[in-house]
Design a protein around this ligand. Structure first.
Ligand code: X54
Ligand code: ZN
Length: 578
């Protein structure tokens, strides 16, 4: 009979079966390629673990029950059964198979649904249901076999992956980011080094980011605020070749461990916000997640975003709560000396503290009284999956990029208003096409409020950004631009929840290609991906416009065209028609 310390009884096999069954039931599994799993080799496990630890674990299948129990006692909150060594090798092997498939380009991204999890296990120790550190081995493997120079590990599990921190704390090539329930060191694993001031050691200083949750009940707004104001600015500056996600879903509502209030659909946006990094190379690896309902929903939300489907915004997004603001402030101060992308933290906290004041007092401690099983939340909203992702309106003679749909180029619109409504009605709102690319010449980035009518609201920050890029140094100030997008435009856009994003580009605006791609990619998290990209063409362009009439006559075929592929998230490639 299998003994198990009571702490481990939540780590059950059904975690994988309900997740996979949900993927099959929703039709998502059929849209994925399945990758065969394999056992990891000793050499691969030794990328992170010591020989003596591996040799000891190797003996567990042959141990008597009492030996097994004695062996287990030396570690915390982990169980060993005769078959766990085999399972742990499969978990590592599955992770490495996924890394192979992504690094060789066979797939763009993917998720490894594995048990046992990995992020707590250390060089010579098991911990917290973890035997081998799947993600840490995956990072080392990607660097050794594929020459990945910089690997970003994002750990959104609700527990601190101390095993990953220990493994890479002196390594500037692996940036480890983790948020975790901490409650001023009163929550497991109760480590002093899980706090925000553990920034890494020696050469690794600055490459370890801990965001402690000192209260339970964190919500979607809190998670997004940490992404916008802590993780993403640093991740963009770090510019990874590969993103590994320690995808623990015990940070979702209903989980007995996390006791948080973020809903499963938030993972659609967390995933989306990471998919514009590393050219889209993203490997998600399951860690925790113990409420079978929210786990299955969260896995589906993550996979559907990996497949490129846009997601509606979670409801009621606002600013972060006061406790999170303090954490954000502390971690940004601790890292200020290491990263240049740094809005004056005081500005951030001043702005958001105002918001927080409105929110204080609603820290939902009340939910603690109910048992996790009693907590209910709405099903994630249905997500559209447009048969065609990108349509392009082009003049005759210019070939339509592959995987795009050619839509009849709008007759010269009488005004931006009619253009956007014209295009809107014709293609986007019909839900048949997720995005339209029309080449037109207009300056501002316009966020259309609510789908009902077009309110031309100039979004301050893009004008600021464009001005920034118009600065003498041109778009070398990419950091400044990205900081404004991440720290201003995205939070604003997510709170605004527009019905359409109108993204336009002015000739000579100095916004260089890579930045434009990132902007186009990131903004697809809004308006369910309904993006109207209005491109300026390069070359002699004769434009006649008046406050009312905006149209363009192209003098030649010298086009610069945004070749958006058929995925919402694949990097838009720029090709120049000559
Ligand atoms: C992968 C992971 O991060 O989800 N492992 C979590 C281990 C939690 C250990 N403590 C359990 C105490 C029971 N209340
Ligand atoms: Zn966890």
């Amino acid at each position: 009979s299998r003994f198990c310390s009571p702490a481990c009884k939540i780590e059950v096999p059904e975690r994988l079966t309900v997740s996979h069954e949900a993927l099959v039931r929703t039709g998502l599994a059929a849209r994925c390629v399945s990758i065969a799993v394999r056992e990891a080799t000793d050499e691969e496990i030794l990328l992170v673990h010591s020989e003596e630890y591996l040799e000891a674990v190797k003996k567990t299948p042959y141990m008597t029950l009492e030996d097994l129990m004695a062996f287990t006692q030396q570690y915390g909150d982990v169980y060993f059964h005769p078959n766990i060594y085999h399972c742990a090798k499969l978990a590592v092997g599955a992770t490495l198979q996924l890394v192979d498939s992504v690094m060789t380009g066979r797939v763009r991204n993917g998720i490894a649904l594995v048990r046992p999890p990995g992020h707590h296990s250390q060089k010579s120790a098991a911990s917290g249901f973890c035997i081998f550190n799947n993600v840490a081995i995956g990072a080392r493997y990607a660097m050794q076999k594929y020459g990945a120079k910089r690997v970003l590990i994002v750990d959104w599990d609700v527990h601190h992956g101390q095993g990953v921190q220990y493994c890479f704390e002196d390594d500037p090539n692996v940036l480890y980011f983790s948020w975790h329930r901490y409650e001023h060191q009163n929550f497991w694993p109760n480590l002093r080094e899980s706090d925000y001031d553990s920034v890494g050691k020696e050469k690794g200083a600055g490459f370890n980011i801990n965001v402690p949750w000192n209260k339970v009940g964190m919500e979607n707004s809190d998670y997004l605020a940490v992404f916008f104001h802590v993780l993403l600015p640093v991740a963009y500056e770090f510019c990874p070749d590969l993103v590994l996600v320690s995808a623990g879903f015990d940070s979702a509502i209903g989980d007995p461990e996390g006791k948080m209030c973020a809903t499963p659909d938030i993972f659609a946006h967390l995933t989306h916000l990471l998919m514009n990094l590393a050219g889209g190379k993203l490997c998600a690896v399951l860690e925790g997640g113990y409420n079978l309902t929210s786990l299955a929903q969260s896995v589906c939300q993550t996979v559907q975003t990996l497949l490129g489907d846009p997601a509606p915004l979670p409801a009621d997004l606002g600013g972060p709560c006061e406790s999170v603001l303090k954490s954000i402030h502390c971690v940004r101060s601790a890292h200020k000396q290491y990263w240049s992308s740094d809005l004056p933290a005081s500005e951030l906290s001043a702005k958001s503290l105002k918001v927080a004041e409105q929110k204080t007092g609603n820290e939902p401690e009340a939910q603690e009284q109910r048992s996790p099983e009693e907590i209910v939340w709405p099903e994630p909203p249905k997500r559209l999956c447009p048969p065609v992702r990108t349509a392009v309106a082009l003049p005759e003679g210019v070939a339509c990029p592959d995987a795009c749909k050619r839509c009849s180029s709008a007759e010269a619109p009488s005004s931006l208003y009619s253009l956007s409504l014209h295009v809107l009605c014709e293609c986007v709102c019909a839900g048949s096409v997720c995005r339209i690319t029309v080449s037109l010449y207009i300056l501002v980035c316009v966020i259309v409020c609510r789908a009902v009518h077009v309110l031309i609201c100039v979004c301050v920050c893009v004008c600021v950004c464009v001005c920034v890029c118009l600065a003498p140094q041109g778009c070398s100030d990419v950091a400044g631009f990205m900081q404004a997008v991440l720290g201003l435009l995205l939070p604003l856009g997510y709170e605004y929840n527009p019905g359409l994003v109108l993204l336009v580009r002015m000739p000579g605006s100095g916004v260089c290609e890579s930045v434009w791609q990132q902007l186009a990619g990131l903004l697809q998290g809004l308006a369910q991906g309904h993006t109207l990209v209005l491109m300026q063409v390069r070359g002699p362009v004769w434009v006649k416009y008046s406050p009312v009439n905006w149209w363009m006559c192209i003098q030649d075929q010298n086009w610069q065209l945004c070749k958006c592929t058929n995925s919402c998230y694949q990097q838009a490639e720029y090709i120049r028609y000559s």
